[in-house]
Design a protein around this ligand. Structure first.
Ligand SMILES: Nc1ncnc2c1ncn2[C@@H]1O[C@H](COP(=O)(O)OP(=O)(O)OP(=O)(O)O)[C@@H](O)[C@H]1O
Length: 724
């Protein structure tokens, strides 16, 4: 670690002490704030007192109207502002009411084309150890990972990043958006692609992953028939190496070289994945001898071991090789390919032929359309594809089938395949009642289809029915937490948790869906945190650090999103549109904390143990660990702006879940240990022999809505009809 980093840490320690000292002295919001660039808000609807608020100067946009937390009323025209899957760029935000499906982001490159700093590198003890790696595929340069941002930038911050201790906050502007998952972002790719092509050689150096195997599988054989939106999109259209999706795709033990990537590979021994023009691209590149083994470990061996670990408990049976990774064989050009996973009693034993990877369905060698019949209308469509209802001919069982959208012209094959394999590998590997089960994945007639268990309702639709009881909300909240606990326990983070990505079956079991943005943050036998990168997720559910730092621990990001989901279920509103200071609601939430810099709030580290704590004095105020507001009685300013509108028993833990500082945010284990969370009765699936049985909680029943409005697509259809 360089002396500069040590200095920085020392400085932070001093700041922590100073901060701690201020907590013990009477707080005057006006005196605590530096005189310059501090906006005093005395608006009638905010506060009667003069409160220090955090300011932002980056945006010329108007502040969004403050959202009300008092009403909690159900908006009549909840889909009015619906802008589902519309790209939101340069910080423009979408609607604020829950009815407005919020915009997911996938981007990681700053306007200058430089990677901004890693959050964890700014926080000395937020990660398991100092050995931080960028998630494979994130495209970041490992040389930058263990250095602080000041170190990285030699004291000169990029224009879109504010200094940690600045009085004036400038949220990062991100002009260059990678449109991997968003059809509507296509237009933004054109210019960035040109730059990306130059960096492609570096960006594709980790092609020895399962995604490349699938890439080869999907593309190298029937490459004339690539499922592209406009035909082409050859290997030359690789995305930037700063690819935001850092999903670790499992690496088969006998990896076959992917022909489409071979030409792009770096010379052996080089593991750099740098973005052309990035500050790390050359200057900080350690010689291969230094970082090679580490990178190799992260990109290949760890991927292998990650899924190996899980295979013992989770992987379903590979044909002839229990627990082995599914390896796509590619002896001939397939027109029909099936990857089939076992299921909670949904599949039965059998063998497969041709390109089947592993199989539990007896008729998997038949074409998809002979085995399944489409029934009903579309369940939903998103950035990743459209989801339809099908019936399995063999037993009339209903499933949801996601047909992945075609590859965008502007999108690299690598990124496209990564998205699909990510969903497939995760979906087919994980086994938990609160995670959607993938039954099989089929490649047929240039379509990629993922067959999943079907859940009758979207949680979004149930929430919008406004019929949920408090106990029911708590049950859903805890079930989501159980799913997250399982994921985090495995070293995976979802990164796009939102109401839309939770479905619920008729028995009241909530399932997480859409693993297209998931990442591995920890590999078996390694204590190293693999940071995630990129602004990935949906605006109102995004944790603030995601918008500030290019690299971050993805676990607290999930925690933040679950807290927002809980708030949405209770309030029927989003607390804010986007966690940026130009959003007035978010700004008020950040305000009144004796600190005028969002960066400083986000990079705060846990307070050192105080004497009071050591002697077990419970009189120590919980304020110190939860972004203490200057005036805790003012419900409009500070963190209580959010949690005062929530049930009292939930306030403590929700406040910890929306701690602006990820290093201080409650972990999933801490949340599960919270007395209130522990006391929540949930509906659960328990194993009974080979099957699962649902045991419903006694204190509530789950809301059911008409199937015509049980899914987002149905709600949208209804809205359209009403508008006619
Ligand atoms: N297993 C399922 N059972 C029932 N409905 C489902 C299922 N999977 C998906 N859906 C419906 O389809 C919608 C879209 O699914 P999904 O989120 O996987 O697609 P996506 O294209 O990746 O969306 P996004 O834009 O959020 O990334 C969901 O919001 C839900 O309404």
């Amino acid at each position: 670690m360089s002396s500069l980093t040590r200095l920085l840490q020392e400085k932070r320690r001093n700041e922590a002490e100073a901060y701690s000292a201020t907590q013990h002295s009477p707080v005057s919001s006006s005196s605590s704030a530096p005189p310059l660039d501090i906006e005093r808000q005395g608006a009638a609807d905010h506060s009667t007192a003069s409160i220090t608020t955090v300011t932002q100067v980056d945006s010329g946009e108007e502040s969004t109207p403050s959202s009300s937390f008092t009403g909690g009323h159900f908006p009549a025209s909840f889909l009015d502002a619906n802008s589902a899957h519309t790209a939101v760029l340069n910080g423009a935000s979408s609607g604020q009411r829950i009815g407005s499906r919020m915009t997911p982001h996938r981007l990681s490159i700053s306007s200058t084309g430089r990677q901004v700093t890693s959050l964890s590198s700014s926080i000395p003890y937020s990660v398991p150890n100092s050995n931080k790696e960028s998630a494979p595929g994130s495209g970041s340069n490992s040389s930058s990972l263990s250095s602080s941002w000041l170190e990285t930038y030699g004291g000169v911050l990029p224009s879109n990043v504010s200094a940690i201790d600045s009085n004036v906050i400038s949220s990062p502007k991100v002009d260059s958006v990678e449109p991997r998952f968003f059809i509507s972002k296509q237009k933004f790719q054109k210019s960035s692609n040109d730059n990306a092509n130059a960096a492609q050689a570096g960006s594709l150096s980790r092609s020895n992953s399962l995604s490349s195997q699938f890439g080869s599988f999907f593309f190298s054989k029937g490459s004339k028939d690539l499922p592209t939106s406009a035909g082409s999109g050859g290997s030359g259209s690789a995305s930037k190496s700063g690819s935001p999706v850092a999903t670790a795709i499992p690496k088969p033990s006998k990896a076959r070289q992917s022909s489409i990537y071979i030409s792009s590979r770096q010379p052996s021994g080089s593991y750099s994945e740098t973005l052309s023009g990035s500050p790390q691209s050359t200057a900080h590149e350690p010689p291969p001898s230094q970082n090679g083994p580490k990178s190799r470990h992260s990109s290949v061996a760890n991927l292998k071991s990650f899924f190996k670990k899980n295979s013992s408990t989770n992987l379903s049976v590979h044909t002839g090789s229990p627990g082995a990774m599914p390896v796509p064989f590619s002896s001939s050009t397939p027109t029909h390919t099936t990857f089939t996973a076992g299921s909670y009693g949904s599949g039965s034993g059998g063998t497969s032929a041709g390109e089947t990877i592993y199989c539990s369905a007896p008729d998997a060698n038949l074409p998809f359309y002979k085995r399944y019949v489409r029934t009903g209308e579309e369940l939903g469509a998103g950035a990743g594809g459209s989801v339809k209802l099908v019936k399995r001919s063999a037993d009339q069982k209903v499933f949801a089938v996601k047909e992945f959208r075609t590859k965008l012209d502007s999108e690299s094959k690598r990124d496209y395949v990564k998205k699909i394999t990510s969903e497939y590998c995760i979906g087919s590997t994980l086994r938990h009642p609160n995670i959607i089960e993938t039954i099989e994945i089929v490649y047929e007639n240039n379509r990629i289809l993922q067959v999943m268990e079907y859940c009758e309702y979207d949680l979004f639709a149930i929430v919008m029915s406004n019929k949920m009881s408090y106990e029911e909300i708590c049950c859903c909240f805890k079930q989501i937490l159980c799913g997250v606990q399982y994921l985090h326990g495995l070293g995976l983070a979802h990164r796009d948790l939102k109401l839309d990505n939770c479905v619920i079956n008729s028995k009241g079991i909530v399932k997480l869906i859409d693993f297209g943005a998931a990442v591995v943050f920890s590999y078996p036998l390694s204590k190293t945190l693999v940071e995630a990168s990129g602004i990935v997720g949906s605006d109102p559910y995004l944790a603030p650090e995601v918008c500030i730092f290019s690299k971050y621990d993805p676990r607290p990001v999930d925690i933040w999103s679950v807290a927002i989901i809980f708030a949405c279920m209770i309030l029927k509103k989003f607390p804010w549109k986007i966690p940026k200071l130009r959003d007035n609601s978010f700004k008020l939430f950040c305000s009144g904390r004796d600190c005028d810099s969002l960066s400083a709030l986000v990079t705060r580290t846990p307070d050192p143990p105080s004497y009071d704590k050591l002697v077990g004095d419970n009189a120590t105020s919980p304020k110190k660990t939860s972004n203490n507001p200057a005036d805790p009685n003012n419900p409009n300013i500070g963190p209580q702006r959010l949690y005062h509108s929530l049930p009292e028993e939930s306030q403590h833990i929700v406040a910890r879940m929306v701690d602006l500082a990820p290093a201080c945010r409650a972990s999933i284990e801490e949340i599960m240990d919270d007395p209130w969370v522990k006391s929540i009765q949930i509906c659960k699936m328990v194993e009974q022999g080979l099957n699962f049985k649902v045991i419903n909680a006694a204190d509530h029943k789950h809301t059911k809505v008409d199937q015509s409005e049980a899914h987002i697509a149905g709600l949208e259809r209804k809205k359209k009809k009403a508008a006619k």
